[in-house]
Design a protein. Sequence first.
Lengths: 114, 113
Amino acid sequence: AQSVTQLDSQVPVFEEAPVELRCNYSSSVSVYLFWYVQYPNQGLQLLLKYLSGSTLVKGINGFEAEFNKSQTSFHLRKPSVHISDTAEYFCAVRVLGGNTPLVFGKGTRLSVIA
Amino acid sequence: DGGITQSPKYLFRKEGQNVTLSCEQNLNHDAMYWYRQDPGQGLRLIYYSQIVNDFQKGDIAEGYSVSREKKESFPLTVTSAQKNPTAFYLCASSIGGAGETQYFGPGTRLLVL
């Protein structure tokens, strides 16, 4: 079975500062990796995903993530955050070769302070 | 506009009552999913369906039921057997393939009176 650990439940950061949201996964087989964002009382929106190829993945809103197979990590980064980035962020995995559902971490709440 | 619609946005349930949450998609996706979201718990899978007339239990299926009679519709019934139904419910869909994105609806918040 797969599992996802998001190491920080809450991350406060000042506006225009860099941020890193950490995600580690556990799986006995190869997986695809995803980051989603959720604004208050809304559904989830895909930020980016890693399927294969370059380990550095660029997404929407200036976010990027790096896949590290040896450390089983997929950390999300942004060099300079805005107030509008305040939201909850979810890391998720899915097993290759099927249409099984995503397995989600518990989420990290990013609060950007003016 | 293509997308996923969930209705209602808010739903109130009385003790002992069954309620049904609607999920409709016009993306022509084969697979549909129901997740439950509680504060600090992330998203937990209730049921999913990879094709019409077929569905599988997720991690927390007890107290819930689903049907998939049409490709575009995947309603979730919260039965009276679900003792703690207050939560935010999210429906999602995806085209076939593990690398494909799951798209989410706006959610339904269920509250128990």
